[in-house]
Design a protein around this ligand. Structure first.
Ligand code: ZN
Length: 300
C-alpha cells in the first residue's frame, strides 16, 4: 500500500509538472505572437501630418446618373463614395458641425488669450486633418442616395433645410420630416436651418429675414427635437452685417456662406466659407480642389 501511495504521489507530481510546462509553453508562444504583432503594427500605420485649416464641403442634390464635369452641382452616389473613401485614405477625419463648433470656440478663446504672441496668423494648429460635409436645401436624394453612403462609412454629415419646402413639398422633391427624423436618429446626420422660405438676407428687411430664421428654428424643434448647436446656412450665401448681428443675438453658433475658401485662424464662426462640390468630381479631383482652395485662403 505504501509503495502504491508513493507511485501515485510521483505520478501526480509528474502530471502537474507536465501541465505547468505546457502552460508555460503556451504563454511563451502567446508572448511571441504579441511581440510579432507589436513589431508589425507600427510599420503598417501611416501617420498623416495634420492640416492647419479645415475645409467644409457643400453638396446639394445627388443622382444615380452621371451629369458629367461642368454640369452644376449634382453629385452621383458613386462619386460621393469615391470622394469619402479618398478622403479617409488621405487621413482625413470627417467631423460633425458639433465638433467643428467646439474646435472653433476653442480657437477663438486662444486667440483672445494670445493676442500679442501670435506665431502664425493663419494656421489653426490642429492635431489632425479635419473636414466637414454639408448639404443645402434638403433634397430627397440626400436621404435616398447620400445617407446610405454615410452609413456605409460611418461618417457624420449635416443638412441645411428650407423648412417650408419640407412641410409643403414645393419645387424639386425634398425630404419629409419622417425621413429627416430617421437620419437624426441614426446619430450620423444633423439637420440645421436654411430659413423657412429660402429668400436671401439682402432681399428682405432684417426683421423679415430673422422671422424666417425663427420659423425655421421652430419647425426643426417641433419635428426633430435634436440635441444640436444652432447653425444656419445663408440662402445663396448672401448676408448683411445687420442680419449677422441679429443671428448672433439669437444665439447662433455657426453661420455658413458660399465663399470658396477653407477655415483658417482668420475665419469668423459667423462667416464660414465652403467648397462647392461640382458634378463629375472623383476623389482625386475633390482633393486637388481642396488643396487649391486652401492655398488661396492663406493669402492675406
Ligand atoms: Zn440653398
Amino acid at each position: 500500500m505504501k509503495r502504491k501511495g508513493k507511485i501515485f504521489a510521483v505520478m501526480v507530481l509528474l502530471c502537474s509538472l507536465l501541465f505547468q510546462l505546457t502552460a508555460w509553453g503556451k504563454t511563451v508562444v502567446a508572448m511571441d505572437c504579441v511581440e510579432e504583432e507589436e513589431l508589425i503594427e507600427p510599420a503598417e500605420k501611416i501617420i498623416f501630418p495634420p492640416t492647419d485649416y479645415i475645409p467644409v464641403l457643400m453638396y446639394h442634390h445627388f443622382a444615380i446618373r452621371d451629369m458629367g464635369e461642368g454640369n452644376g452641382v449634382v453629385t452621383t452616389q458613386a462619386e460621393l463614395r469615391d470622394q469619402i473613401s479618398y478622403l479617409k485614405n488621405a487621413g482625413y477625419e470627417i467631423i460633425s458641425l458639433e465638433t467643428l463648433n467646439e474646435l472653433l470656440q476653442r480657437v477663438e478663446k486662444e486667440k483672445v488669450q494670445n493676442r500679442k504672441k501670435e506665431k502664425d496668423a493663419f494656421s489653426l494648429e490642429l492635431d489632425k486633418k479635419y473636414i466637414c460635409i454639408t448639404m443645402d436645401d434638403g433634397y430627397l436624394s440626400n436621404y435616398e442616395l447620400a445617407f446610405p453612403v454615410f452609413q456605409e462609412y460611418r461618417v457624420p454629415a449635416s443638412i441645411f433645410v428650407v423648412t417650408d419646402s419640407i412641410t409643403n413639398q414645393t419645387g424639386l422633391r425634398k425630404l419629409d420630416w419622417q425621413q429627416a427624423k430617421k437620419m437624426v436618429d441614426s446619430r450620423l446626420v444633423k439637420i440645421y436651418n436654411h430659413t423657412a422660405n429660402h429668400v436671401p438676407a439682402d432681399m428682405e428687411t432684417e426683421d423679415e429675414f430673422l422671422d424666417q430664421v425663427d420659423k425655421g428654428e421652430l419647425a426643426l424643434h417641433t419635428y426633430l427635437r435634436q440635441d444640436a448647436c444652432k447653425a444656419l446656412a445663408f440662402p445663396n450665401g448672401h448676408f448683411t452685417i445687420e442680419c449677422q448681428e441679429g443671428l448672433k443675438e439669437m444665439g447662433f453658433d455657426l453661420l455658413f456662406t458660399v465663399e470658396q475658401k477653407v477655415i483658417t485662424k482668420q475665419t469668423s464662426r459667423y462667416e464660414i466659407p465652403r467648397i462647392a462640390v461640382e458634378s463629375g468630381w472623383d476623389g482625386e479631383t475633390l482633393m486637388e480642389n481642396i488643396e487649391r482652395t486652401a492655398r488661396k485662403s492663406f493669402v492675406p
